[in-house]
Design a protein around this ligand. Structure first.
Ligand code: PLP
Length: 379
């Protein structure tokens, strides 16, 4: 499978569906008694909303942010339960949720008013409570009145949900506080409960409840700063490569790139790689951030441009040929987690932001991998 929507740029994004399947098995092993709601919002964290579905056959439901994303799933023929995390904003969206059997999260008074003042087909929903995130969600003290209102409108409440603010900070006491608040919510009818994202699922046993909602771990990246994906046995699903477009010899003292940030401390051989911040690779990348040429790490030197970046290849015995695919992340030893840390962000942002020609592969394609990693023996 390939897409051609961004074909006019150089970046190649290879998405390995078998890795997503592996990561899903890890999630299931952590919460064997819970149902899994896979977070596929933001185009499945950049991995392709509908293209990843074949790797998610075994999940019980899908979670997206918007009604539009949910509709894209339905248009692709997806029949599984779909939780819409932001719920509906308008009457039209309320009707769509009912007609398409979507599960909107009810998190705002405005939604309760739309429900009370409009007749829809049978509607099923989740009720979202803010237990400390301070983003969207009803106050837990409102539970009884929300229950009455939804009951009066004959809305079927599938479950109650909340979201941790600091699940990636395992020791943070707010996690215990949020869980306690969530578990204390009184709801007169039996309903499912869900609070765990990847970080919570990976770090504690008391959060599994009826449904878990993993996202980032399914794509093989770590939600933690101090615990990389490899140590969590996750396999990166996305590999990003860009071609070498020029090989240059630079003299000692010569400056590299906009602002001349880097100055050669010796005569240097560099490769210019045809990708930059115009493709979603961060401009803030500092010198010494690695890319991979074959199995060799080589450092980026100088500021990242819109369409190109420069790499010190002095460590290689043979320079790569023009068009050689340089891995920006997703190689076994170079994970997106590492690149994110270099620029003080999180893997989520890089995975969602990278653009290029995407290719979905359903089994590790050994020939392809070997071709990409063709050895460039080191000096
Ligand atoms: C409400 C909600 N649940 C679950 C997730 C999945 O989180 P993660 O990707 O950290 O597993 C998210 C993502 O931000 C979310 O907003």
């Amino acid at each position: 499978m390939t897409n051609s929507d961004q074909f006019h740029r150089n970046i190649n994004i290879r998405i390995d569906l078998a890795s997503i399947r592996h990561n899903l098995r890890c999630a299931k092993a952590l919460a064997p008694a819970s149902k899994i709601m896979a977070a596929v919002k933001a185009d499945a964290y950049g991995h392709g909303l509908t293209q990843v579905l074949s790797a998610l056959d075994d999940v019980d439901g899908l979670a997206v942010a918007t009604v539009e994303e949910a509709m894209a799933l339905r248009r692709s023929g997806e029949n599984k339960p779909v939780l819409v995390l932001q719920g509906f904003r308008t009457v039209d969206q309320l009707h769509l949720c009912a007609e398409e059997r979507l599960w909107p999260a009810i998190h705002d008074q405005h939604q309760l008013e739309l429900i009370s003042s409009n007749t829809t087909r049978e509607l099923s929903c989740w009720v979202k409570f803010d237990t400390g995130m301070g983003r969207i969600g009803l106050h837990i003290e409102q539970a009884a009145s929300v229950h009455r209102r939804l009951q009066a409108a004959s809305v079927n409440v599938v479950g109650l949900m909340s979201h941790f603010a600091n699940a990636d900070m395992v020791e943070d006491i707010s996690n215990d506080r949020q869980l306690r608040e969530f578990n204390s919510i009184q709801w007169p009818d039996p309903v499912a409960r869900s609070i765990a994202n990847s970080a919570a699922l990976l770090s504690r046993k008391d959060v599994q409840l009826d449904w878990v909602r993993p996202g980032i771990m399914l794509y093989g990246a770590s939600p933690f700063n101090d615990n990389n994906a490899e140590s969590l046995s996750l396999q990166p699903a996305m590999r990003v490569t860009a071609p070498v477009i020029s090989i240059r010899d630079l003299k000692r003292g010569q400056r590299i790139g906009y602002g001349g940030r880097y100055q050669c401390d010796r005569a240097m051989k560099v490769a210019v790689v045809g990708a930059g911040y115009g493709d979603g690779y961060p401009r803030a990348i500092p010198d010494d951030t690695s890319v991979m040429l074959g199995n060799q790490r080589c450092p980026v030197v100088g500021r990242i441009s819109m369409d190109s970046m420069i790499v010190d290849i002095s460590a290689l015995a043979v320079p790569p040929p023009i068009d050689y695919p340089v891995t920006l992340w997703g190689h076994g030893q170079l994970r997106v987690d590492e690149i994110a840390q270099r620029v003080g962000t999180i893997p989520y942002e890089l995975l969602c932001g990278i653009r290029g020609q995407r290719q979905w592969i359903d089994a590790p394609n050994e020939i392809n991998v070997r071709k990409i990693d063709k050895d460039l023996s080191t000096n």
